[in-house]
Ligand binder design. Structure first.
Ligand SMILES: *Cc1c(COP(=O)(O)O)cnc(C)c1O
Length: 370
């Protein structure tokens, strides 16, 4: 059996009765769209964050796009973000008609280099979109200060950081709004697609609710401004309610896996393990390591039945579909260098210890014979 970086089946085995009960509850509720489960999940997800509003949507990409639109971002605007991220971060900006502007990431943690943001601002800049990549938060204080000084909105991309903390505060509570994905691999994952936006701003939340529902005020069935059909599915919402009560348990499981890697691999000179910044509580959505001979390592692990992947092999600014943005090879040197050296080790809360041991010993063997 091949070992992959992620597998939901061990979790499903363990939680099957509860998950199937969730499906059964929705199917017999008499309301399949925007019913009790979506309303309940929204209240509980907002409550988890200590915020007043959460709006469920169909996926993380649309959570980002609708949140940007609700914050007033549109054609002609610029949004500053990073290229070392999942392409959807950038697709969401593009989808509003605004232009993505990239700053580089930091060598030590692969996160947005906040010190480069001010130089990237223009009169068109409308919002900053930090990505709490891999499960730990961007340095938010200087970003918030910049936003305040220049009148910019801050949208957090929390698709990889459910439950992460930054100086004691939860990811998702550090800007004007935050977008989450519940894609199955995520720290809080559905059994299909899902997403949400959290905010404390009533007007932003009202705009989001219209945008996900064709642009209509639900009671009047009149389009106010053309929107989308981006509703969170009722079944996924009920599954997410159940899983939200276990989020802190999942995170504890991920941290235990990370601690075992640190213990078992921390002595290897050329393998760089993840570091946690001061003030951050990491949730390890993925466990990203770095080695100059990454491609050979991945190749040599295959005969052991270990199939690893890379988050992300192609920086977004180098993708064919974003050529029109005008970035050239060399524009974002740290991002480009990292893309050739990083790879992910298996990481999920229910990762069996024997599987992790197998990965550790195979990796040690491969590294010893490089
Ligand atoms: C997963 C992810 C998204 C997109 O979420 P989907 O639910 O797949 O649309 C956006 N940004 C980041 C950083 C992600 O990891």
């Amino acid at each position: 059996m091949t070992t992959y970086v992620w597998d939901y089946l061990p979790e499903y085995e363990k939680e099957r009765a509860d998950l199937l009960d969730a499906v059964q509850q929705v199917f017999s509720s008499g309301q399949l769209v925007l019913g009790e489960s979506v309303r309940g999940f929204e209240a509980e997800f907002a409550g988890y964050h200590g915020l007043r509003h959460a709006t469920g949507v169909d996926n993380g990409t649309n959570a980002l796009k609708l949140a940007l639109q609700a914050l007033g971002v549109g054609p002609g605007d610029e949004v500053v973000t990073v290229s070392n991220t999942a392409a959807p971060t950038v697709l969401a900006i593009d989808g509003t008609g605004a232009t993505p502007v990239f700053v580089d990431v930091r060598e030590e943690d692969f996160l947005m280099d906040v010190s480069q943001v001010e130089a990237a601002l223009t009169p068109r800049t409308k919002a900053l979109l930090p990505v709490h990549l891999y499960g730990q938060c961007v340095d938010m204080a200087p970003l918030a200060e910049l936003a305040r000084r220049h009148g910019l909105k801050v949208l957090e991309d929390c698709a990889q950081s459910h439950g992460a903390r930054h100086h004691g505060r939860l990811a998702g509570t550090l800007g004007d709004a935050a977008a989450f994905s519940f894609y199955p691999t995520k720290v809080l994952g559905a059994y299909g697609d899902g997403g949400a936006v959290v905010t404390d701003d009533e007007a932003v939340d009202q705009a989001l609710r219209r945008l996900r529902y064709y642009g209509m005020e639900k009671t009047y069935y009149v389009v106010q401004t053309p929107g989308h059909n981006s509703r969170l599915d009722e079944v996924q919402a009920e599954i997410l309610r159940r899983k939200l009560t276990r989020l802190d348990e999942y995170t504890a499981g991920r941290r235990a896996v990370a601690a075992r890697y640190q213990e078992a691999l921390g002595d290897l000179p050329d393998l760089r393990l993840p570091t946690v910044n001061d003030g951050n509580e990491h949730v390890y959505y993925v466990y990203v390591v770095r080695h100059p001979r990454r491609d050979e390592i991945i190749e040599r692990l295959k005969p052991y039945g270990i199939s690893l992947n890379i988050s992300y092999p192609w920086p977004v600014h180098t993708m064919t579909g974003f050529e029109h943005l005008g970035y050239r090879a060399g524009s974002l040197p740290v991002t480009e260098r990292l893309a050739g050296e990083i790879f992910s080790l298996p990481m999920y809360p229910s990762l069996p210890v024997e599987t992790q041991d197998k990965v550790v010993s195979a990796l040690r063997e491969v590294l010893a014979t490089l």
